[in-house]
Write a protein of this length. Sequence first.
Length: 114
Amino acid sequence: MAHNWPLASFSWFQSYSQTVSMADKFGPVFTVKLGVHRVLVVSNSEMAKECLTTNDRVFASRPKALASELMGYNYANFGFAQYGPYWSHIRKIIVHELVSQHRLQMLAHIRVLK
């Protein structure tokens, strides 16, 4: 499974109704081929919770790709970083400095304007 894509949102390349009809046909968890990669689609909230809590480490990493390496500054960008000590450290910084309650309250006026 090293070359498979991680859990992904399906709504960006097909509409919600198409996703529902595919889930009715194939079940709550299925894969689709997106280019040369297989993408796991989880359309059931219980299964999504199972993937994101019980099996979170299985789905935590992303496949290595040249584009991710180049655009993510050798995987230094949080969005492209592999799961591990570096990712955990960056996540802590983001949680405490960027999306803390204090920071969100400080920037609330900007969100209201947009």
